[in-house]
Write a protein that binds this ligand. Structure first.
Ligand code: COI
Length: 363
């Protein structure tokens, strides 16, 4: 059962961004460089549990230089979006799944769990307060970034005793500069992202840190994302630095790598498995090798390929590149099914398509 609700103190911003400046910024928000006026913070220590919840102006967070997060990286986060509908309804997509995943990550990283109701209340408060920051342009939304980190000043290696949960929001358009055009991916042969028994299934900053050098190698080679292979055989395709992968075949089946603990259990991934099955495709969660990927693409058996995630939604993959050369997926463009799934998912999220699963939660 959740802990008793605690009251959030409301500390409105004394000088929020003027509306003209804000509206100009919202016309073309890009991804993740623009932030709303406020944030929510909630502190944790063993004596008080979760306490001192507040909605306050977004500002730097004072941190002791010995804070455990700065040394041993006890940090977790979530990514989700709030959508503004035509009729001004504000909707979230499967937010309880994010609350649950945050707590699954917390358990792996030896951090305290946040009661789901507190998580939900933090979202409601920030979105309502910064509602004017919700972009209206097609395909844009308010990206929400809940995160938690160890604040205790202590250099011994053990789980910290003190934490801060924080929620910030960023108006966003499409994740990739190219919009929804197919992306080229780079297969990392030298580096892996996560090993069995490690933290690959937790949404923790360290996994993303580990992906940055290989991502930079991909970018140097003209790609936008890097593909990680499994750590043991260096053979099985796992995921991209911040997105899950799907493979669609000529025979009407699809594959996505299974959740064996080294892959981030994407909520978009889970939704697309269900949607593909409803489209009549046979979806298999099974290992798929880099060699098979290459062979299936060359033979024309693999007809579509896409990445998915909250940030990326559904993004087609145009080509696969690596030290051993390059292969193109289909005709290198956006596949029909990929486009259809993207439109359908955005339709559910924007309230323009039926929502048979009840995934949408109105604020
Ligand atoms: C997401 O929100 O989709 C992420 O995984 C984080 C990052 C790629 C922006």
């Amino acid at each position: 059962a959740d802990a008793p609700m605690i009251d959030f103190a409301h500390l409105p911003h004394p000088a929020p961004v003027p509306s003209a400046t804000r509206d100009q910024a919202l016309a073309d928000p890009g991804f993740g460089s623009l932030f709303t006026d406020h944030m929510v913070t909630i502190a944790f220590d063993p004596e008080h549990g979760w306490h001192d919840a507040k909605l306050c102006p977004r500002a730097p967070i004072p941190l002791d230089p010995a804070a455990a997060v700065l040394h041993y990286a006890q940090e977790i986060f979530e990514g989700m979006k709030a959508y503004r509908w035509e009729d001004e309804t504000v909707a979230l997509f499967r937010p309880l799944e994010n609350a649950r995943r945050l707590n699954a990550s917390a358990r792996r990283m030896a951090m305290p769990e946040l009661p789901e109701e507190l998580f939900m209340e933090s979202l409601r408060l920030l979105i309502e307060t910064d509602r004017d920051w919700m972009p209206t342009a097609e395909g844009s939304s308010l990206y929400l970034r809940p995160f938690m980190f160890a604040t205790e000043a202590f250099l011994g290696v053990r789980p910290a005793r003190e934490y801060l949960y924080c929620l910030i929001a960023s108006p966003v358009g499409s994740y990739f500069k190219s919009g929804v055009k197919p992306v080229d991916v780079w297969v990392s042969r030298d580096h892996t992202r996560a090993a069995p028994g490690g933290t690959g299934a937790a949404k923790t900053g360290g996994n993303y840190a580990a992906s940055l050098n290989p991502l930079a190698v991909g970018v140097e080679n003209g790609c936008q994302q890097t593909v990680f292979l499994d750590a043991i055989e260096k053979k099985w395709v796992e995921e991209l630095s911040g997105m899950n992968l799907f493979f669609v075949f000529k025979d009407g089946s699809a594959i996505t790598p299974p959740l064996t603990g080294t892959i981030l259990p994407g909520i978009t991934r889970d939704s697309l498995i269900q949607m593909l099955r409803e489209e009549g495709l046979q979806v298999r969660e099974e290992p798929y090798s880099i060699d098979q990927w290459h062979a299936d693409a060359e033979k024309g058996d693999l007809v579509e390929n896409f990445a998915c995630g909250t940030a990326a939604v559904v993004t087609p993959i145009g080509s696969v590149n690596g030290p051993d050369g390059k292969f193109v997926i289909g005709d290198g463009g956006t596949g029909q099914l990929t486009q259809k799934l993207r439109d359908q998912l955005l339709g559910i999220q924007m309230g323009t398509a039926p929502d048979p699963h009840g995934w949408v939660v109105k604020l």
